[in-house]
Design a protein. Structure first.
Length: 72
């Protein structure tokens, strides 16, 4: 899988944003950007990334945080 995978998980409650991230990483994504507005998303997405040997950076735009997950 090449390029950036975009996941729009706004309005989804955890664990769904994390489940969608895990699926993308399992399918071979190397760079994923997740839009998520659940307050638990930072912890859940970080846990998935760590389990997949990836790192998470949070980019704040005007409305929602964007979780940028990159495989090491």
């Amino acid at each position: 899988m090449y390029g950036v995978v975009h996941i729009d998980a706004r309005g989804m409650r955890c664990p769904w944003p994390a489940v969608r991230l895990a699926r993308a990483l399992r399918d071979g994504a190397r760079h994923v950007e997740v839009l998520a507005d659940d307050p638990q998303a930072p912890a859940e997405l970080s846990a998935v990334a760590e389990a997949s040997n990836a790192e998470v950076k949070i980019v704040l735009d005007n409305f929602y945080p964007i979780f940028v997950v990159t495989c090491r």
